[in-house]
Design a protein around this ligand. Sequence first.
Ligand code: SF4
Length: 453
Amino acid sequence: MNHADLADHFNKDEPRVDWHDKTLWYIREKRDKAAWQTPDWELLRSTASQIKNNVLSNLHPYLLQFEKKAQQNGVTVHWASTPEEHNQIVYSIIQKHGVANIVKSKSMLTEECHLNAYLSNRGIDVVDTDLGERIVQLAGEPPSHIVLPCIHWRKEEIGELFHKHLGTPKGNADPQFLTAAAREHLRQRFMTSKVAITGVNFGVAETGEIVVCTNEGNADLGVQLADVHIACMGIEKIIPQRKHLGVFLRLLARSATGQPITTYSSHFRKPRDGQDMHIVLVDNGRSERLASDDFRNALKCIRCGACFNTCPVYRRSGGHSYHTAVAGPIGSILAPGLDMKQHADLPFASTLCGSCTNVCPVKIDIHDQLFKWRQVIVQKGYTSTSKKVGMKLMTFVLSNPSVYKIAGATARWFRKYFPVVVNNRFNLWYKQREMPLAPKGSFSDWYKQNRKA
Ligand code: SF4
């Protein structure tokens, strides 16, 4: 199913759509307040964008510097060009340590690589320790938002889910109670897991350290209690120096949730005594993106989710309608680069209003890229046959004035005497809207009659 079909499915539950829309807009408003209260917000955005320009222009030397420093710190660095390679590396580390239960804190990269499924097919039990991630994991779903993975779930539904899986009393949907129940359930797991996997928000080339931002402290707890720490990192997460964190950490939390700072910004530089630490650097199409003038800016993304919260299409179609690990406007420009045929629908899931570009803390030209992807997708022939035929017909009509005139008159006649030709269930536009009444004549007729006056 494509985005439109999946969005149609989400839209069947109208109260959920309204509430999803309002909740995300509330977060967008919190982001706005936090931005207005920050002096030189626009300067911060430009600085972040320029630092990322520098990173993208020098990615190769920065990655080598990062690898060298990390190795000097006692960390084992691995390189993976595909999701399969990434999963194999992670699995081989787990196997080496003979572990069957692991904890994982939120990592969109591991979602992108489908790591959980890969490991569970090999008998490894992975528990996601971020509360939102754990909720969708118990529900057997992927996250629907990169920062708020279960934003599409109501608290009553979470109460039911916890009753079924964690044995909480039926009908108890008190968020504080449910959080305490999840904490108790996860604590046991933290205490017994020998391997902890984390994502990476920033990798500092200067020092070889990684920075992981969470609001729950789950990454810290997992890593501190485990004998092995595996950090999975996309190669674009590099920043040159530690001082640059001052720019990105201020932008990330404010753009994501309107907080002045993420509750835990944890730096991991070297393994503690007796611990084994690994960093897996993943490409998965990023080098190809880097080589493309039109789409390389997408690699600046710091995964704050602000473009999701502001997007009118995302807010009213839900994250699962994007059928990809990273949904929303940024997902719609990343996914076609990985598989253009499978994700050809996503760049069209936008109004091109530009709100995503306006809020992006690293100034990615998101709506321009959406528009460019549409052109590439049409040129490569990945649009549906009906759209191709429709566009050919439209080109013929619009490039022939006499045909255009006849077509206009015919359409007006049908709209007047046989409106069912347009107002029918096959017209997707009509499903959500009232069609306008046909005018009496064309603009050209009106102009001829009124020109002298
Ligand atoms: S594209 Fe920009 S706004 Fe969207 S998630 Fe990435 S950094 Fe945030």
